[in-house]
Write a protein that binds this ligand. Structure first.
Ligand code: FRU
Length: 498
């Protein structure tokens, strides 16, 4: 039985989505059906399709009381919207259905676990959000909230843990058929921790252990955890709020942290060995992963940044705001997290244009190299290895007024993305630098553009830099610049999902 609140949201989104033309959205990245989108939720494979839910406020292009939007896909690139799945409509989630995850139950139903938010007035005055974990069960379209919600609340928390910052359950089923989930929380030291809970049936949950502790190393509250095996290691992804930059890591204030280590399942002990940023660009947060039926670990993140999302566009004039990143296949190489666009993307390629051994300095254009929905691979090196070039740049989404650029300085080993001239009227963060090591200036870049974004995969996915750009679509030029002689191979494809 759906509530009035959910019925209204479903009616509203169906009517309003018609006012958005297909070419006003990204083509193969999922964007919100209408209104506002943030985190990916409930990323799962169910009844033969990928399901992706998302933090959703249909009625405005600003964050508001959270619903769950819903879309399905067979290849993670062509998406079909389904009706909104959850609305804030019960006494325990009246102020929002926050992030969570999904799993298939042995009886064939789909179980969603999410954070219920209830704003309460404190005895000493002021208001705080109480956060609890809740469940809804359904058939892939309609979901019924569990009568015993919330399933985890204040009484399940270890001593000193916050009841106000307790959110974003990510669940999985173990080999033995029992269930686990990790949830973000704040301990007494005010930073972050990840709590592990277990359940026999997916409904009745018990606290097991503090799985990981921030101890004020990486920002404060740890949001949106994900925990999985990858290439013989164990990975904890989490998105800390309020991070300090450290060298070339963690420049985003709110960004995503990857901890790689080992996991002893007997004692539930996670031992950290390595930490790094997940994305070195500007817009990436709160990712979730899935294990695909053919065994790949694929990650999708919210392609935005909390610090700039409310200023980036003239929001009042728009009907949608919020997109997901390209789904990325994960692997571990040399102890680091690597990311590659999912291989299904290659099926969207059309019209190959290829250049080999282009040697130049100054600015050049190449016939047929342009576009705003493209997959372009560049191999850049010095024409003469004895004389390494000073700087290389590729500029795209370019016309007489606008451009976004990626540039590399081999002597500093710094790669920079710069969208200052992308058409933004706001003095927000528009540049990000990343340390990219190279030998004699040799680097590989794979650039994916989809109308309103650029994702740059560096050196086979060792690093990724992501930025949204809202430049007018007529700006579709691409040019190359070199200070010093550069040798370059280029292959470019148009990408079209439609
Ligand atoms: C992360 C986040 C989550 C929360 C959701 C609310 O971006 O703050 O922690 O569940 O967004 O929309």
């Amino acid at each position: 039985m759906s509530s009035q609140t959910l019925r209204e949201a479903r009616k509203y989104e169906e009517a309003t989505e018609k006012m958005i033309q297909a070419d006003e959205r990204p083509d193969f990245h999922l964007s919100t059906r209408v209104g506002w989108m943030n985190d990916p939720n409930g990323f799962s494979f169910y009844n033969g399709k990928y399901h992706l839910f998302y933090q959703y406020y249909p009625y405005a292009t600003y964050w508001g009381p959270m619903h769950w939007g819903h879309a399905v896909s067979e290849d993670l690139l062509h998406w079909e919207y389904l009706p909104a799945a959850l609305a804030p409509d019960t006494p325990y989630d009246r102020d929002g259905c926050f992030s969570g995850s999904a799993i298939e139950l042995p009886d064939g139903r789909q179980l969603l676990m999410y954070t219920g938010v209830l704003t309460t007035t404190l005895p000493e005055g002021g208001k705080r959000d109480i956060q609890t974990q809740c469940i809804a069960v359904g058939d892939g379209v309609d979901y019924e909230k569990y009568e015993k919600n919330p399933v985890l609340d204040a009484k399940d928390l270890p001593e000193g843990s916050s009841i106000y910052d307790f959110r974003d359950p990510k669940l999985w089923r173990k080999q033995d058929g029992t269930y686990c989930c990790v949830v973000g929380n704040r301990p007494a030291d005010g930073s972050g921790q990840i709590l592990l809970f277990t359940s026999q049936d997916g409904f009745d949950w018990k606290f097991k252990k503090v799985l990981a502790e921030n101890r004020n190393r990486f920002g404060k509250m740890w949001e949106c955890p994900d925990f999985f095996q990858l290439d013989g290691k164990q990975v904890l992804l989490t998105s800390p709020q309020d991070m300090f930059p450290q060298g070339f890591e963690y420049h985003n204030g709110n960004g995503t942290l990857c901890l790689i280590g080992t996991y002893d399942e007997e004692t539930d002990t996670f031992t950290e060995e390595h930490d790094q940023s997940v994305d070195y660009g500007i817009d990436f947060y709160a990712p979730q992963t899935i294990l695909t039926p053919d065994g790949r670990r694929v990650m999708i993140g919210w392609m935005q940044n909390w610090d700039t999302c409310n200023m980036h566009r003239q929001l009042d004039e728009e009907l949608w705001f919020g997109q997901m990143s390209i789904p990325r296949e994960l692997s571990i190489r040399d102890g680091r997290l690597y990311q590659q666009p999912i291989r299904e993307l290659e099926q969207l390629r059309r019209g190959e244009v290829r250049y080999e051994d282009v040697c130049f300095d100054g600015t050049i254009n190449l016939d047929g190299i342009k576009g705003r929905r493209i997959d372009m691979e560049l191999e850049v090196s010095s024409e003469d290895e004895e004389k390494v070039y000073q700087r290389f740049a590729v500029r795209f989404a370019q016309n007489a007024d606008y451009q976004t650029s990626i540039s590399y300085r081999p002597y500093e080993e710094v790669l920079k993305i710069d969208r200052k001239f992308s058409g933004s009227r706001r003095a927000i963060i528009h540049q990000r630098r990343s340390k990219v090591l190279s030998e004699k200036g040799k680097i590989k870049l794979r650039i994916i553009l989809d109308r309103f974004s650029a994702e740059v995969f560096v050196n086979d996915g060792r690093q990724v830099m992501t930025a949204t750009i809202y430049t007018e679509q007529a700006a579709d030029g691409i040019s190359f610049f070199a200070d010093g002689r550069v040798r370059m191979n280029v292959v470019k494809y148009e990408l079209a999902a439609g």
